[in-house]
Design a protein around this ligand. Structure first.
Ligand code: NAD
Length: 502
């Protein structure tokens, strides 16, 4: 089967105009070419064609952005801005993103490969909600009064309180799978806390970050508060994580790069938040409602073409229901419409890049070679785009690479289990601990199992449900810290204790 091409003529004129713009970094409220003058190509993964070019930045550009962010952080215009005014700016940015949601969704789709319908219904509303949730924080980021009992001072001699101050200049590095959503998860709490930001989008998907920068300028954020520097990880990204002028780095991406970020951060001991990889289990108990569990398990792995850090990539089903569940998921996989993101009927778009397609296909080959059987997919449709058909493996062993490593593509490994202790041990038999789902009607059993799963989020009868109010992050090698919720804002603050001798 050959997949249809992405038809850019169906996009809005404003989207095409933006694609045709000569893109530059957004530093200190200005659009600036990379100091080196270099640019890098932005590729449409549905066709393999270059659709735009952006600045190929390095340490020189990051330096300029950090200097701008530092100046903005120290200026009264941002530091002493009334919390209500900071809230209004965040709301204004959210409103502008909402007003431009169709353009942002088309850019996201063309840049990343995801369907425009999904970008419109999921990525962008969730990003906008995150900005609005965090917009409520500046006026509520209250400290507390403290009650010291210092033994060597008389009663009533001290008054003390703790206050949350912004951590300073934040370097934010995001991946390509949810470009706008994950940038919102970073900039919204950082700005709410009073920080300034240098953001680096992934080299594969820089367009929506630049569009959001344009909207932030329109919203009226002071120059230097939000800076966007595009470029590769080993150049621009490494310059951010090692920069002595950055007080905190917040990173979402692979565990491998997370380790590099951590090493680079030791120079000035900058604070670090890491949201890393996963190999999340979906566990179907014998009593599960299969009308919910089968489509739920399929969407748990195939949503966003499996390029989700919490993708339910390991399916464990009680042996009494295994054949029925796995056949059901394989039927869904076989019936999914693979196509370009701009086609409204598309259910599975291309993977983000040729490299990612080759990586996923190498995992599928390794699964075959190590003796696992393929129930659905296992190949790519013909054409120039970076597609991989949704794939279901059975007859796997726990030591296989496809079972142990994060594939980050539409590839499911399914295995039967006998008893609960066995499946809990298997679910936890991974260095990752980001997400998990349990499918069951037995509420009491669910409550017994959930705390025994070593994962930052456990979903019950659903998978991949995220919200700005719900803390999100990983146990074990899936990361440090949490995004979303109140915890996310606190992560961009330093606690200052004030002690007054009366
Ligand atoms: P990646 O780690 O290769 O890249 C992520 C970002 O880091 C990109 O912006 C990249 O340019 C930058 N980068 C790369 N090398 C760098 C370096 N040496 N120094 C500084 N920055 C560098 O990850 P990816 O392939 O873009 O994304 C896929 C990974 O992200 C998967 O492992 C996935 O699980 C993870 N992810 C995690 C979450 C989460 O919330 N836990 C969410 C989405 C994706």
């Amino acid at each position: 089967m050959t997949v249809a091409m992405n038809d850019l003529s169906v996009t809005r004129p404003a989207t095409r105009e933006f694609l045709g713009t000569e893109h530059r970094n957004f530093i200190d409220g200005q659009w600036c070419a990379a100091v080196s003058g270099r640019t890098l190509a932005v590729i449409d993964p549905a066709t393999g064609q270059t659709i735009s070019r952006v600045a190929d930045s390095d340490a020189d550009d990051v330096n300029l952005a950090v200097q701008a962010a530092r100046r903005a952080f120290e200026q009264a215009a941002w530091q002493r801005m009334k919390p209500a005014l900071r809230e209004r700016l965040l709301h204004r940015l959210a409103d502008l993103m909402e007003a431009n949601i169709d353009i942002l969704a088309e850019l996201e789709s063309i840049d990343n490969g995801k369907s425009v319908a999904v970008a419109t219904a999921v990525d962008l509303p969730c990003a906008i909600d995150c900005l609005r949730f965090m917009a409520g924080m500046p006026s509520k980021l209250n400290g507390s009064t403290l009650k010291p009992s210092v033994p060597f001072l008389p009663d009533g001699e001290l008054f003390a309180y703790a206050n949350y101050l912004p951590v300073g200049v934040v370097g934010a590095i995001v991946p390509w799978n949810f470009p706008t959503l994950l940038l919102a998860w970073k900039i919204a709490p950082a700005l709410a806390a009073g920080c300034t930001v240098v953001l680096k989008p992934a080299e594969e998907t820089p367009l929506t970050a630049l569009y959001v920068a344009k909207l932030a300028a329109e919203a009226g954020f002071p120059a230097g508060v939000i800076n966007v520097v595009t470029g590769y990880g080993h150049t621009a990204g490494a310059a951010i994580s090692g920069h002595p002028g950055i007080d905190k780095v917040t990173f979402t991406g692979s565990t491998e790069v997370g380790r590099l970020i951590l090493q680079a951060a030791t120079g000035n001991l900058k604070k670090v938040t890491l949201e890393l990889g996963g190999k999340s289990p979906a566990i179907v108990l014998p009593d599960a409602d299969l009308d919910i569990a089968i489509p739920g398990a399929a969407s748990g792995i195939f949503f966003n073409h499996g390029q989700v850090c919490t993708a339910g990539s390991r399916l464990f089903v009680h042996k009494s229901r295994f054949d029925q569940v796995v056949e059901g998921v394989a039927d869904i996989a076989r019936s999914m419409k693979v196509g370009p993101g701009l086609d409204p009927g598309t259910e599975i778009g291309p993977l983000v890049s040729k490299i990612q397609q080759q990586r996923v296909c190498a995992y599928i080959a390794s699964g075959r070679e190590s003796g696992a059987d393929i129930l659905a997919g296992g190949d790519s449709p013909a054409g120039d785009g970076f597609f991989v058909n949704p794939t279901v493996f059975v007859n796997t062993r726990p030591d296989m690479k496809i079972v142990r490593e994060e594939i980050f593509g539409p590839v499911l490994v399914a295995s039967p289990y006998d008893d609960l202790e066995e499946v809990i041990a298997q679910a936890n038999d991974t260095p990752y601990g980001l997400g998990a789902s349990i499918w069951s009607r037995d509420v009491s059993m669910v409550h017994k199992i959930a705390p025994r799963i070593r994962a930052g989020t456990v979903w019950v009868n659903c998978h991949n449900v995220i919200d700005a109010a719900l803390p999100f992050g990983g146990f074990k090698e899936s990361g440090w810290g949490r995004e979303n919720g109140m915890e996310a804002v606190r992560a961009y603050t330093e606690t200052q204790t004030i002690v007054i001798s009366l």
